[in-house]
Design a protein around this ligand. Structure first.
Ligand SMILES: C[S@@+](CC[C@H](N)C(=O)[O-])C[C@H]1O[C@@H](n2cnc3c(N)ncnc32)[C@H](O)[C@@H]1O
Length: 340
């Protein structure tokens, strides 16, 4: 097996650090760079873990850095729901953005019915913090289908004291969804997680993006990929995003840059049925288990341009990419896939 393929498999299996250390001992320069990068990612994650622990020194919560050296991931275990809730609001004030963005009664209901919350850094190093806590006895007794979900919490803003009412919101919301067939069966392409800036240039090299291209990022988050494609490659780009909060961030990012509104467009829409007639390249950074179906759907709808995606985990099933390679930046690594 080629060394590069070995490294790509090691990244997908989560053991890039140990495999690259072994190959580095045999004199492989690429493996040495990867091994040093894993050590750096771990050091950064450990330092951020310690910083968060200081931020929450008065709370009963312990933070642990991911030890794979592949991810800037920190897991926090809180003794009580209240500690988790305080921890989350504290790091939100510190710049982290929650996958779940609720306040008032919705936040109270969320913390009482769920067991974990994920927060990400959208600027600088892409840290992900997963906060876990014990579920209340009341929530544990509630059958899964009755437990309010993120969709229920987004329906209405109730005051804190009314948090138990979200149990009633669920059946109402489900009934309403059934009456609106155009919203049924819509697929989520995953929550926000930004492609680290340091990987973008090499991802564009891998997909051979030129000024003649029109790149469409399906699920563009805060817009960094489309903006970088326009700035670094001079191409036109469209970002498609269904979260209005992220659409606003992406629009702000584009407006604050030197690129024209004609060169980069941010569209608030469902990416799963977005027309790709003008596109020459589709960019996908979505969960591994969604990639195969999405590529299949894009091809079935007649798009015959390049599709580029990246993901550390193994991509199950579907139309196999013709090329894959490990991509490293100064603070992140990934495996890039291309369907030409
Ligand atoms: C992992 S993020 C990728 C962000 C960006 N492409 C990047 O690489 O930095 C996936 C994004 O897809 C958005 N998303 C999920 N499902 C979607 C859908 N059906 N239509 C539009 N956007 C969607 C999420 O809100 C999130 O911002």
């Amino acid at each position: 097996m080629m060394q590069t393929e070995k490294l790509a498999r090691a990244v997908s299996a989560g053991n890039a650090w140990s495999v690259s250390q072994e190959l580095a001992l045999q004199g492989d320069q690429h493996a040495l760079e990867l091994s040093n990068l894993c050590a750096k990612i771990f050091e950064e994650t450990e330092a951020e873990t310690q910083r968060l622990e200081r931020l929450a020194a008065d709370l009963d919560a312990t933070a642990t850095p991911d030890r794979s050296g592949q991810l800037h991931l920190i897991e926090v275990s809180a003794a009580r729901r209240e500690d988790a809730q305080r921890f989350v609001s504290r790091i939100q004030r510190d710049g982290y953005v929650g996958w779940q963005q609720f306040g008032g009664g919705a936040a109270e209901s969320f913390f009482r019915h769920e067991r974990e919350a994920t927060l990400v850094c959208l600027e600088g190093t892409a840290f992900t913090v997963v906060v876990r806590w014990g579920q209340s006895r009341r929530a544990a007794r509630l059958p899964g289908p009755l437990r309010p979900s993120a969709n229920d919490h987004n329906v209405v803003n109730l005051p804190s004291k009314l948090w138990p009412a979200y149990i009633a919101v669920r059946p109402l919301r489900l009934a309403k969804d059934r009456l609106r067939p155009n919203t049924r069966g819509r697929r989520s392409l995953g929550p926000i997680l930004s492609t680290p800036e340091s990987l973008l240039e090499k991802l564009f090299d891998f997909a051979e993006i030129t000024p003649d291209d029109h790149l469409v990022d399906l699920g563009c988050g805060e817009g960094r990929v489309v903006l970088a494609a326009a700035e670094k490659r001079g191409c036109t780009a469209t970002g498609v995003e269904n979260d209005p909060r992220l659409v606003a961030l992406a629009e702000k990012r584009v407006a604050g840059s030197g690129v024209s509104a004609r060169q980069v467009r941010i569209v608030e829409a469902d990416a799963t049925d977005f027309p790709l007639d003008d596109a020459s390249v589709v960019f996908l950074f979505i969960p591994a288990e969604e990639i195969a179906d999405t590529v299949y759907q894009i091809r079935s709808n007649g798009f015959d341009g390049r599709i580029i995606s990246h993901e550390q985990r193994y991509i199950p099933g579907g139309i196999r990419p013709t090329a894959s390679t490990v991509i490293t930046g100064n603070d992140a690594l990934t495996v890039a896939y291309l369907w030409p």
